[in-house]
Design a protein around this ligand. Sequence first.
Ligand SMILES: *Cc1c(COP(=O)(O)O)cnc(C)c1O
Length: 222
Amino acid sequence: MTQIQTNLLSVRRRMAAAAQSALRSPEAVCLLAVSKKQPADAIREAYALGQRDFGENYVQEGMDKQKQLSDLSICWHFIGPLQRNKTREVAENFQWVHSVDRLIVAERLSAQRPDHLPPLQVCLQVNVDDEDSKSGCASDEVEALAKAVAGLPRLTLRGLMCIPKPGNTAAFTELAKTLQQIQATISGLDTLSMGMSEDLEPAIAAGATWVRIGTALFGARQ
Ligand SMILES: *Cc1c(COP(=O)(O)O)cnc(C)c1O
């Protein structure tokens, strides 16, 4: 077995075990392979093992890999900080964006999403640690942002995403609660994007539907 094969099996086992302990169906949790700073060949290898969803953080790097891998049916997710001058590339080339944190970015993504493509699937990134320096919308502003984003024609709002500080597993439960509150007024929200290599278990226990895994799959980044 190759390293990526061993890693993929191990991550899938961890996900299934975490789902089982939480009395959740293993199918309710999807694996997003985070391939930032990994070569296209590593993605190709994971794809050959059945992985279809890949997450990239940087627009240019993601576009370069998409070109190299255009023969594969990959579902591309953008998960990094998104500047307003980079929205067009993302709107035209990705199926999901997990990191929308302000209305202007959402408006531009909607306006720039090509008509021949299905609506862009979007999560709102919430700043669960309330640190000024980090990206993500403030917890008390999520609901208003969600209402505005849900009304944009070329986006489908799916749910919430967070990147808590290491060890802040309570943030996962908080994000799940916030999603429940918003679900009372907006329909169709079914997604909690939370949990990375080090903390996928508590994220799944709290209700994650996507875990975003880089290091545990591909090893250390270059
Ligand atoms: C890098 C990254 C990940 C993956 O982190 P690992 O600890 O390598 O699993 C997940 N989500 C986001 C937003 C990231 O930037």
